[in-house]
Write a protein that binds this ligand. Structure first.
Ligand SMILES: NC(=O)c1ccc[n+]([C@@H]2O[C@H](COP(=O)([O-])OP(=O)(O)OC[C@H]3O[C@@H](n4cnc5c(N)ncnc54)[C@H](OP(=O)(O)O)[C@@H]3O)[C@@H](O)[C@H]2O)c1
Length: 248
């Protein structure tokens, strides 16, 4: 499971699943580029990694369009020289009845969840392909795989990310770049606690065989597996980490 000597860029690493992933990849030897909007929480993640003997840097980024994605990659390359691992984790959730969704919320959701990963991969994957090595993991959601009331915008944005995952596996896989996705179920994070509430999250989780919410480290472990050489023959997969919700 070692990521020793690899450079990993993790978006949305100031919180929840992204932070747990950054910490785990650093424990496994990667130099982690922690990125997000909140400077204080970003620096705290970096300090935690360094205190445990790992290496990390914080890159502040407000992601929302192609330019912001390209600027982040440029900054990352200036600092670390290359990117071996990209985790497209940053996302925003927009929930509500279709007729009540504001156009600006629809656009923001698709910008952060679809457009930004698209242009990050466009800026990162060709150099990985040239070197013949790279790993990309996209963070989707279990609700990308089935219809659920109130999730149309968020779920469809992640369904787009899942097809992008397969498209990129076809495009970059022949050049040594593995592209996969993880589809988490309900997970306790700052995001879900603030916008969803623990009661609703637990009620959602109760429908799955595991009958509980996930801890972010459980999703991070799944991402770290997909990053690792243990997953060397896995290309274009959407791996559920949802307590079995989509299996039953
Ligand atoms: N938690 C769940 O139950 C669950 C379930 C299924 C899928 N997921 C997926 O898992 C991923 C992480 O979820 P989470 O619950 O850990 O999220 P979270 O706690 O809400 O954290 C979101 C992260 O994304 C960053 N971010 C959001 N918008 C950004 C923007 N415009 N520019 C740059 N960074 C931005 C945030 O940065 P700042 O905080 O610095 O602003 C933060 O680091 C997401 O892709 C989500 O869709 C989560």
């Amino acid at each position: 499971m070692s990521s020793s000597g690899k450079v990993a860029l993790v978006t949305g690493a100031t919180s929840g699943i992204g932070r747990a992933t950054a910490i785990l990849l650093a424990e496994r030897g990667a130099h982690v580029l922690v990125t997000g909007r909140d400077v204080e929480r970003g620096n705290a993640v970096v300090e935690r990694i360094r205190a445990a003997g790992g290496t990390a840097d914080f890159l502040h980024a407000e992601l929302g369009d192609a330019d912001s994605a390209r600027a982040l990659v440029e900054e990352a390359l200036g600092l670390a020289g290359r990117i071996d691992i990209l985790v497209n984790n940053a996302a925003i959730a927009v929930f509500g009845p279709t007729a009540a969704i504001a156009e600006s919320d629809f656009d923001a959701c698709y910008a952060v969840n679809v457009k930004v990963p698209f242009f990050l991969v466009g800026a990162v994957a060709p150099a990985m392909a040239e070197r013949g090595y790279g790993v990309i993991v996209n963070v989707s959601t279990m609700v990308a795989g089935f219809g659920s009331r109130g999730s149309a915008v968020y779920a469809s944005s992640k369904a787009a990310l899942e097809l992008l995952t397969k498209s990129w596996a076809a495009e970059f896989g022949p050049h040594g770049v593995r592209v996969n996705a993880v589809a988490p179920g309900p997970t306790v994070t700052e995001g879900t606690t603030a916008h969803y509430g623990s009661e609703r999250l637990e009620a959602l989780a109760a429908q799955a065989p595991a009958r509980r919410v996930a801890h972010p480290t459980e999703i991070a472990e799944t991402i770290a597996f997909l990053v690792s050489d243990g997953a060397s023959f896995i290309h274009g997969a959407i791996l559920p980490a949802d307590g079995g919700r989509t299996a039953v």
